[in-house]
Design a protein around this ligand. Structure first.
Ligand code: SAM
Length: 257
């Protein structure tokens, strides 16, 4: 039976086989890989990924699609289908000695919380390749001074290296999304930030970008005084978008635990 796309699950299915192959080529799956696909939908990407011979886990929220996937891939021994919410999924339950390579054409309505959930589990992740709204990819890849630089850029840079790979137009999906999409590669840093540092950087970044038109002297009032800014070597007249990740880490070290 034909599946009717559900908006509440962010269902925009990939229809363009060149794009599907381009995504798989960017991932470059190897036989020894442990892949995890988030939101396999009808399984177009799943099918191509399985051809690499790698072991693949998929997690899908829509139970109708889970049933269709079970039917479509019955007998595919290297595939495990999990019915559930990727936002609640604990990657450690499927990780083995090999770290996971996470992929997906993500549901755009939950992409930011999903990215943060994955950032918390990077110790079991080798890399990630995602299709996202181009706007989100631009924010992930932006550096200090860029138009798209913001909270997400700084927090993502704290955890990993982000690389914009290519754009994908709305005509490649059914139903067509209203926005242009893009594929991004995210590679976790070898040394990951500890929970304490993440909490502190997050607090400073939220305050700084929460009032991005203000100077840091004013935006950070109540959190860090001017002498703390001076100790971190930050000009109190600067604005949030001018500071690099290293500047934010320096500032967060001035916070009292
Ligand atoms: C943009 S569609 C992509 C489907 C398929 N991979 C493709 O490219 O055609 C997103 C998929 O994620 C699923 N999904 C939505 N929310 C989810 C969640 N919280 N956890 C797991 N899957 C989810 C949707 O049901 C849908 O199948």
């Amino acid at each position: 039976m034909m599946h009717i796309p559900r908006k509440r699950f962010g269902q925009n299915f990939l229809r363009d086989h060149c794009v599907i192959r381009e995504i798989v080529a960017a991932i470059g799956p190897r036989l020894s890989d442990r892949l995890l696909e988030i939101g396999p939908g009808e399984g177009v990407l799943t099918r191509e990924l399985l051809q690499s011979g790698a072991h693949l886990d998929v997690i899908e929220l829509d139970r109708d699609l889970v049933a269709a996937l079970q039917q479509r891939f019955a007998g595919a021994g290297r595939l495990r289908i999990h019915a559930g919410d990727a936002l609640k999924f604990d990657l450690r339950t499927i990780a083995s000695e090999a770290r996971l390579r996470v992929v997906g054409n993500l549901p755009y309505n939950i992409s930011t919380p999903l990215l943060f959930r994955l950032f918390e589990q990077l110790d079991v992740i080798e890399d990630m390749h995602f299709m996202l709204q181009k706007e989100v990819v631009d924010r992930l890849c932006a550096g200090a001074g860029d138009d798209d630089y913001g909270r997400l850029s700084v927090m993502a840079a704290l955890y990993c290296q982000a690389q914009h790979l290519f754009n994908v137009g709305p005509e490649c999906f059914y139903p067509r999304p209203r926005v242009v999409s893009a594929v991004v590669r995210l590679v976790p840093h070898t040394v990951l930030p500890d929970a304490g540092l993440v909490k502190q950087v997050s607090a400073v970044v939220a305050a700084a970008f929460g009032q991005r038109r203000k100077t840091l002297r004013n935006a950070l009032k109540g959190l860090l005084d001017e002498s703390a800014l001076a100790r971190a070597g930050i000009d109190p007249r600067a604005r949030a978008e001018e500071l690099s990740l290293a500047d934010y880490v320096g500032l967060s070290r001035q916070l009292h635990p």
